[in-house]
Design a protein around this ligand. Structure first.
Ligand SMILES: Nc1nc2c(ncn2[C@@H]2O[C@H](COP(=O)(O)OP(=O)(O)OP(=O)(O)O)[C@@H](O)[C@H]2O)c(=O)[nH]1
Ligand SMILES: [Mg+2]
Length: 358
C-alpha cells in the first residue's frame, strides 16, 4: 500500500492532487487543517493536510501541473491498513473511497450541491465545499455535515436588539416597513407594556399616512407626521415621554442614487437605531446594491421580511458575513402583530440550512 501526505490550500485542491498521484481508487485516511510558516505565530497560512493511500499499482501521475508539492510520508506498519493511521494526528480516521469523477461533492452529499450555486454563497462556496467534504470524510456521517454547516453559518451571524429610544426603519419600496412598524409597535406596547409613539416621514402618498394611522388607532398610540427635518425634530420632542418612538420612512427606488441623500435631508440619525429593511424575496445582487447605498448611514441592523415567501434564506448569511451588520428581527407573514420573530443566532443558522436543503 502506498500512503501519501498532501498539503494544499483547500480540500478540493488536495483531492485533485491525490487523484493525479494515486488515481481514482485512492482512499482518504485523514484530513485536517494545519497552519504553516509564520514567525512567532504571525503570518501563518492555513492549509489542508490530507493523508491518502492506494492498495497497489498506483496510477502514474498525470502531466497536469499540481497545485502544491505532494510530500511522501513514511507511515508506521500499524498505520498501513484501513483505520490504523496515527501519524501524530488527533482527528478520527475513517477510510473512505474517493469519487473523483468531478470536483463535485460525493453522491451522499448530492442535495448539498445546490448550495454551492447560491449567489449569496459565491464568495464562500469553496470554503463551504471544503468544510462539507472534510467533515464527511472525517465522520462518514451526512448529519454531521449538516451540523458543520449550521455551525459555520452561526459563526458569521450576530443578532441585536434596539438600544436607542428612537428606532427608524428604512429600505426600498414595498418591503414591509410600515407593516413591520405596526408589528413592532404592538410588540412594545402590548407585550412589553411600554409607551410607544410613531412618527412617519412618508408624506409622498396620502395612503401611506392613512395606513399607519389605522395601526396607531388600533394599538392606541400617538402618531406624528413630519414633512421636513424641522417637523421631524419637533415630533421627536413631542413624543419625548414615550419609552420608544418608531419612525417610518418612505420607500424609494434604490437605484436612485439620491435616495440616501434625501433620507439624510429629512432625518437626523443621532440617538437613533436605523434598521435597513430588506425583503428575502429580492435577488441577492440587488440586496447587496441596496446595502451599499446605505454605506453613509450608520446601520444598527437588518430586518429581513417575507421569510414566508421564499424557498431559501441564504441572503441573510451572505449579507451579514459581508458586512458584519447584525440581524434585528425577521418577519414571516402579513398578519399584524403576530408575524414577527426574534430568533437567536443558532436558530437563524438552523433555519437557513434547513430551508436551503428542503
Ligand atoms: N408575505 C409577507 N408579506 C409581507 C410581510 N411584511 C409585509 N408584507 C406585505 O408587503 C406589502 C407591503 O407592505 P408595506 O408595509 O406597505 O411595505 P412598505 O415597505 O411600507 O412599502 P412603501 O411604504 O410603499 O415603501 C403589504 O401587502 C404587506 O402585507 C411579510 O413578512 N410577509
Ligand atoms: Mg410604507
Amino acid at each position: 500500500m502506498m500512503v501519501k501526505r498532501i498539503i494544499a490550500n483547500s480540500v478540493s485542491e488536495a483531492m485533485e492532487l491525490v487523484k493525479q498521484d494515486l488515481g481514482e481508487e485512492a482512499i482518504i485516511l485523514n484530513t485536517r487543517q494545519i497552519k504553516v510558516g509564520g514567525v512567532f505565530g504571525l503570518f501563518t497560512q492555513k492549509k489542508v493536510e490530507l493523508v491518502a493511500s492506494v492498495e497497489e499499482h498506483p496510477v502514474a501521475p498525470s502531466k497536469k501541473q499540481p497545485f502544491a508539492n505532494p510530500e511522501p510520508v513514511s507511515v508506521p506498519p500499524t498505520a498501513r491498513l484501513h483505520g490504523g493511521v496515527n501519524s501524530g494526528m488527533t482527528e478520527q480516521v475513517i477510510p473512505t473511497v474517493v469519487s473523483f469523477a468531478s470536483r463535485r461533492l460525493p453522491e451522499a452529499l448530492g442535495r448539498y450541491e445546490v448550495l454551492l450555486a447560491e449567489p449569496a454563497l459565491q464568495r464562500c462556496a469553496e470554503e463551504l465545499h471544503d468544510l462539507m467534504l472534510s467533515t464527511y470524510y472525517k465522520t462518514n456521517d451526512v448529519t454531521q455535515v449538516e451540523q458543520g454547516l449550521v455551525e459555520a453559518v452561526e459563526k458569521e451571524i450576530q443578532v441585536t436588539t434596539a438600544t436607542s429610544r428612537f428606532v427608524m426603519l428604512t429600505g426600498p419600496t414595498g418591503v414591509g416597513k410600515t407593516t413591520t412598524i405596526a408589528k413592532l409597535a404592538a410588540y412594545y406596547r402590548l407585550t412589553k407594556q411600554q409607551t410607544v409613539g410613531l412618527i412617519t416621514t412618508d408624506t409622498y402618498r396620502i395612503s401611506a399616512i392613512e395606513q399607519l394611522r389605522t395601526y396607531a388607532d388600533i394599538i392606541d398610540i400617538p402618531l406624528r407626521v413630519a414633512y421636513d427635518l424641522e417637523e421631524f425634530e419637533q415630533a421627536k420632542t413631542e413624543l419625548a415621554d414615550c419609552d420608544i418612538i418608531l419612525i417610518d420612512t418612505a420607500g424609494r427606488n434604490f437605484l436612485d442614487a439620491g435616495y440616501v441623500e434625501q433620507l439624510k435631508a429629512r432625518h437626523d440619525f443621532s440617538d437613533t437605531d436605523v434598521f435597513l429593511v430588506l425583503s428575502l424575496t429580492s435577488k441577492y445582487r440587488d440586496l447587496e446594491q441596496i446595502r451599499q447605498r446605505f454605506d453613509q448611514v450608520p446601520l444598527s441592523g437588518f430586518i429581513f421580511t417575507k421569510a414566508d415567501e421564499t424557498t431559501e434564506l441564504w441572503s441573510i448569511y451572505g449579507l451579514t458575513m459581508e458586512t458584519r451588520i447584525p440581524v434585528f428581527c425577521l418577519t414571516t407573514g402579513q398578519e399584524v402583530p403576530e408575524d414577527i420573530i426574534w430568533p437567536t443566532s443558532p436558530e437563524i443558522s438552523r433555519m437557513i440550512v434547513e430551508r436551503g436543503l428542503r
